[in-house]
Unconditional design. Structure first.
Ligand SMILES: C[S@@+](CC[C@H](N)C(=O)[O-])C[C@H]1O[C@@H](n2cnc3c(N)ncnc32)[C@H](O)[C@@H]1O
Length: 224
């Protein structure tokens, strides 16, 4: 389910309204905006700065190095950038990067710091290695990326390769889009991220709590 057929999707976040140009007629799924990304951003906005929440550590963006997989038009990445995730690389396959860059330019004035954009196919060791040269990331963000069963092992391998081996966390906007991909993902992901928390619906923004979308936090180790 795409979010809307409208050519421009609005996302009010952090006191600004980000706008995303989408092209639903393209062959690339990444040129549309998908609802899990909006659910993810509005969840972060709602819960940011509440230290009493069990996942508060994930939303403390100060000093966090983050990467997004499958950014598409950039709703999750640019929304979280607006909320202060400053050291951030947004990635996708080459065919989707023009749409991502276009939307980054559209929203640049609302972002405290410009995120980097990089090409990443999950099954490309050279691109993965280039991203993790300095060190691995504290946070991997992904929204609506589990829909092709054959891609699931590569997606999980990319999350694993990019994420800090001790402290790495994945913030995942999720919707079941293929029963086979769904099963393959949840069967395999605990090998890399054994601690899996589903955010209770009460913590989602009620205006952006689409029935089918969920937010998960995947960890290497239990929270300290
Ligand atoms: C359903 S779209 C979601 C886009 C965006 N995250 C959103 O929520 O609007 C899935 C994204 O994953 C990307 N993707 C799919 N397979 C990929 C792969 N093997 N390597 C890298 N990106 C991939 C697509 O190009 C697309 O941008």
């Amino acid at each position: 389910m795409r979010f809307t057929a409208s050519p421009v999707v609005e996302l009010p976040v952090g006191g600004a309204v980000l706008t995303f140009e989408q092209d639903n007629d393209s062959f690339e799924v990444g040129t549309s905006v998908w609802p899990s990304s909006l659910v993810l951003v509005k969840f972060a906005e709602r819960c940011l700065g509440d230290p009493a929440l069990p996942f508060a550590d994930v939303l403390q963006f100060s000093g966090t190095r983050a990467v997004e997989l499958g950014s598409g038009c950039g709703p999750a990445g640019l929304g979280l950038s607006r909320l202060g995730l400053a050291d951030f690389v947004l990635t996708d396959i080459a065919a989707v990067l023009p749409a991502l860059r276009r939307n980054l330019r559209r929203n640049r004035s609302h972002l405290p710091r410009k995120p980097r954009v990089a090409q990443l196919h999950w099954n490309c060791p050279a691109q993965l290695a280039a991203l993790a040269t300095r060190r691995r990331f504290d946070l991997v963000v992904a929204a609506d990326v589990v829909y092709v069963q054959e891609s699931v092992p590569h997606l999980i391998a990319a999350m694993d390769a990019l994420s800090d081996a001790e402290r790495g966390v994945v913030l995942l906007g999720y919707q079941i889009r293929s029963p086979e991909a769904h099963q393959a993902f949840w069967n395999a992901v605990p090998t890399a991220f054994p601690v899996i928390e589903k955010v209770p619906r009460e913590h989602l923004d009620p205006d952006y709590a689409y029935e089918e979308s969920e937010v998960y936090i995947l960890r290497r180790r239990p929270r300290q």
